[in-house]
Design a protein around this ligand. Sequence first.
Ligand SMILES: [Zn+2]
Ligand SMILES: [Zn+2]
Length: 356
Amino acid sequence: MRLRSGALFLVTLAALAMLLGSSLLAFDAQAQSQGDWIDVHFHLIADKGNLESFDEAAGTALQIMDTERIRTIIVMSPPRPRENFDIESLAGLVKKYGPRIVMFGGGGSLNPMLQKAGKSPEVPEGVRRRFEETAHRIIASGAKGFGEITAHHVSLSPSHGYESVPADHPLLLLLADIAAQHDVPIDLHFDPVPADVEKPSNLSSPQNPAVLKANLGGFERLLAHNRKAKILWAHAGADPVGYFTPGLVRELLGRHSNLALSIRPTAPFPGSMVHPEGAINDDWIAVLRDFPDRFVIGSDSFVVAKAYTGAEAPRIFEQRSEMQRRGIRQLLSHLPADLARRIGYENAERLYRLND
Ligand SMILES: [Zn+2]
Ligand SMILES: [Zn+2]
C-alpha cells in the first residue's frame, strides 16, 4: 500500500514537473517572440517583368526582416492609376522565399481598371467580365488577397498620382464579393473626407484637386455590402489629410464587424499614432486596447531595385521607410505584452489565414 502511494506520489511529481516545464517552455517561447511582427503592407519596386531586379529587392527586404524581427511580409504593387507590374513579377519570389514572402495582387491590374471605370457609374459588361476574371486569376496564382486598391488616394509628390472613385463603385462591390467568396482580405488605401473641403495646404502636389469631396457614405456602403468581405483599411496612424482620426476609426469599427486596419504609425502630422520625435498618441492607444483583434501592422515600406527606371516617388518613400519601422518598434514595446503579440502577428495570422 505504502509502495503504491509512493509510486503515485512519484508519478504526480513527474507530471507536475512536466507541466511546469512545458508552461515554462511556453512562457519562454512567448518571451522570445516578444517584439516579433508581421508586415502586411510592403512594396518591392522594380521595372515590370525585370525578375532579377525584383529578386534583388526581395534580398534587401529579407535582410531588413532579419534585423527588424519581421516574420513575414506581404508584398504588393502600390495602387497604380495605370497598368504596371503585378503578380506576374512577384509570383517567383513567393515560390522562392515563401512563406516569408506572401503576395497580394491587383494594385497594378485591378486598380487601374477600377480608376478608369470609376469615371462613370456605368460599367460596360466587357470591363466587368475582365475585372472579374483578373481577380479570380490573381487568387488562383497564389495571392492571399487583393491590394493595394484605392478609393481615395491623395498625391504626396508631383510624381505620385491622385486617385478617387466612389468607394461603393460597382467594381469595388464586385471585388468585395469575390474576396468574400475566396475568404481573402482587400487591402484598401482610403483617405477619408467627412465633408467637402478645400485642399489642405500641406497637400501641395499639383495632382490634387482644389476641393476634396466627402466620401465616407460610399465607404460605409462598401463595408455593409458583404459582411464576409474583410476590408483591411491601410495606414491607420499616419494620415496626411487630417480626418483619419482615432474617433472616426472607433466609430466605424463599432458599426462594421468586417473592418480591420493596418497601422502605419509615424507621420510628422498632428494626430499621428507615433510622432517622429517619439510621442505616442493616447487616443490611438485607447482604440487599440478597445479593439485588440482588429489591428495589424503594415509599414508601407518601399524597397527599390538599383536598376529601377520609373518615377522617383518610390525612392522618396524608401528613404522614409526606416522611420516608419522605428515607430513600429516603439509602438510594440509601448503596448502591453499580450496586445503587442496580437497586433504584432497573431491578428495577421488569423485575418490573412497565413498558416493555412
Ligand atoms: Zn497606400
Ligand atoms: Zn502602400
